[in-house]
Design a binder for this molecule. Structure first.
Ligand SMILES: [Zn+2]
Length: 121
């Protein structure tokens, strides 16, 4: 138990350290919606060692969406800018949620986005 706890603490502190670079690169704005409320790093791959490529910098609402919380599909319209991100993790995680929303405009936006490698939302 103690070891698991230590590992958790270690992980939290490395996320915190990475979060400083992350927030600076994101210009202290949410990477999905440009919002500024309660910005924090969001861990997309909890089983892997956190890196800048597995973390998002998101506001409270976007973290809720990212973690599978309930939201209005239309609120995704304010988040389409995230598809223009230079960071693959930002576009890819957002694209998955847009496609899952099944809204035609959301799917179209994803279809018009260029993804590197063999990513398929
Ligand atoms: Zn946001």
């Amino acid at each position: 138990m103690v070891r698991g706890f230590d590992r958790h603490q270690e992980r939290q502190s490395s996320i915190q350290i990475l979060g400083k670079t992350l927030s600076k690169n994101a210009r202290f704005q949410c990477e999905w919606c440009d919002g500024k409320d309660e910005l924090r790093p969001y861990d997309t791959q909890r089983k892997k060692e956190p890196t800048l490529d597995t973390l998002l910098f998101l506001c409270e609402d976007c973290r809720n969406i990212a973690s599978g919380g309930k939201f209005e599909v239309n609120s995704l319209r304010n988040r389409l800018n995230g598809l223009w991100s230079e960071r693959n993790i930002v576009k890819e995680t957002l694209a998955v949620i847009l496609v899952e929303s099944k809204a035609l405009w959301a799917i179209e936006a994803v279809e018009n986005t260029y993804f590197e490698g063999d990513f398929q939302p």
